[in-house]
Design a protein around this ligand. Structure first.
Ligand code: MSP
Length: 507
């Protein structure tokens, strides 16, 4: 069985979950569900990043010990995975013992292979980004202080530190990028990575002594730089250092992340892995950022979007659908209430929900809730069914290129065609004069609904399950391999009682 490993970033527990976390997770979940439906062995992990100065400071602010604080906040993220109905099979916390063991082992290997040396770090550090900055990467604010380009504060740090010899990997990384043209998606971001590396890599400070909330560097008073600790989570989840059995997952691994953390994943992580003789992940996929009604989302502006609130108010499928449909993966996008309501009302309530409800109610009333005709290629409109089967290979290609928004676009173009079929064939009118002919058209539609229900499962799982339940499709016959003529529902197949699938929301 072919295997695939998909990861979200592990989320900082300094604060509550917001739309950014939900976005990365929903993308990853849709891809994971997609490959599961193709029968692949899917390993999908998410979790929380619990060490570092940012988290230590947040704990202090909340008057809690770091451990108590992270235990509490991590729970919010665990709950969000449930609320989003993620299909992850692991939730990793960096404060877990298995992770301490993995990170320490990873460190020792670097040390043994002479990739680490002790020196003194003096330079700028952003606690918000948990990142070091060179002066040339900073700008001055109106008070004349150095800040990051998005205005974040930086502190001058001088302390003893272990360094990873990152500089010696510059050429090797560039060669790797050259040979692996799809290593980073999208291409524009890959180009940024390449020019960052070309502009020169400095050795990386990978330990701190001025605070203690982190994984101890073996036999020292240092703690590991939180990014080194955090990146290793992707291996911890596979059982590293003892991950031979899980190697097939690692060979086919995909890190889905936001554009802001690309440098860590596409430069530092590959160099660290190469240094420890571990293959690199197959691909790093960087998505864009959401704004809220055109404005940058930030806690200080008080305009964060709470995924829990959105789900409670509008429903999970609606929220998931908007996130993945509205913007192509890789682009930035705006979360406006108007765009959200338009999207869910027009696509989900009108085009999809109404169509199914009208047809199913009619069959319930007039055909004893059974499939009216035997479906075969002699029926008028059979082409619609063929088009439906042909959607799968089309969507396969889109998913391979991470065009999830396009997948939904294709499925909804198809749903438009189904609506047109209903409008031109008017089964309710034909029924009055030719019951059998009307039944034939309705039976064609039923098969297209089975197709739509199966195809939409990765993206809007609740709706799809309800639809397939309504059609009374066997629970064991919902994978993609059942999308063909051999698995058509038989004449007189009995449906379940139709119920509303999507409510409409007022503006
Ligand atoms: N802990 C690190 C990741 C370590 S992975 C080894 C981290 N955590 S985070 O909680 O700050 O961010 C997690 C994700 O949320 C990132 O992928 C980031 O891009 C995403 N987002 C945060 N705000 C966002 C938006 N406004 N829009 C879309 N995604 C954004 O970074």
């Amino acid at each position: 069985m072919k295997k695939i490993y998909l990861t979200t970033p592990i989320y900082y527990v300094n604060d509550l979950p917001h739309i950014g976390h939900a976005y990365t997770s929903v993308i990853c979940d849709s891809i994971a569900r997609y490959y599961k439906l193709h029968g692949l062995g899917v390993n999908f992990t998410t979790g929380t990043d619990e060490h570092g100065l940012k988290v230590e400071q947040a704990a202090r602010k909340n008057k809690k010990s770091p451990k108590d604080f992270v235990d509490d906040v991590s729970l919010n993220f665990l709950e969000l995975t449930k609320k989003l109905q993620l299909s992850n099979n692991d939730f990793i916390r960096t404060t877990e013992k298995r992770h301490h063991l993995a990170a320490s082992h990873f460190w020792k290997n670097l040390e043994q292979n002479d990739h680490i040396y002790l020196d003194k770090y003096s330079g700028w550090y952003s606690v918000k980004d948990e990142a070091y900055y060179q002066e040339k990467e900073l700008i001055k604010n109106k008070n004349g202080d150095f800040v990051t380009i998005d205005g974040g504060a930086v502190d001058w740090v001088e302390e003893e530190s272990y360094f990873f010899k990152l500089s010696k990997w510059q050429e090797k990384l560039l060669n790797y990028y050259e040979k692996n043209k799809n290593f980073v998606y999208p291409e524009s971001r890959f180009n940024e990575v390449k020019s960052f590396v070309r502009s020169g890599l400095k050795d990386l400070s990978i330990s701190r002594t001025s605070f203690s909330w982190g994984i101890k560097v073996p036999d020292t008073n240092h703690v590991m730089y939180v990014w080194v600790d955090a990146l290793v989570n992707y291996l911890t989840s596979l059982g590293y250092p003892d991950f031979e059995k899980q190697k097939e997952y690692w060979q086919n691994s995909y890190h889905i992340i936001g554009k802001d953390i690309l440098k860590f994943h596409a430069v530092y992580w590959p160099a660290l892995l190469l240094a420890n003789n571990i293959n690199l992940p197959k691909q790093i996929i960087a998505h864009g950022w959401w704004t809220n009604e055109g404005k940058k989302i930030s806690k200080s502006m008080g305009n964060t979007i709470d995924p829990n609130e959105m789900i409670d108010k509008y429903g999970l499928d609606q929220f998931r659908y908007f996130l993945i449909r509205e913007i192509p993966l890789g682009n930035d996008g705006d979360f406006s209430k108007e765009a959200f309501l338009n999207r869910i009302n027009s696509d989900l309530s009108n085009n999809l929900g109404n169509l199914i409800q009208r047809v199913m109610k009619f069959i319930y009333k007039n055909y004893d809730n059974r499939l009216p005709s035997k479906i075969d290629s002699t029926l008028d409109g059979y082409n619609l069914i063929k088009d439906g089967y042909e959607l799968l290979p089309l969507i396969d290609r889109k998913i391979e290129h991470f065009e999830i928004s396009k997948c939904l676009e294709e499925i909804f173009i198809y749903i438009d065609k189904l609506n047109k079929f209903v409008d031109t064939n008017e089964p309710w009118k034909v029924f009055k004069v030719e019951k059998e002919k009307a039944g034939n058209g309705l039976s064609i539609l039923i098969e297209t609904f089975r197709i739509v229900g199966i195809l939409l499962q990765p993206f809007i799982p609740i709706f799809s399950t309800n639809l397939l339940d309504l059609l009374n499709v066997d629970k064991n016959e919902r994978e993609f391999k059942f999308l063909n003529i051999e698995n058509l529902l038989k004449k007189d197949h009995i449906f379940n009682k139709p119920e509303a699938l999507f409510p409409r929301y007022e503006k």
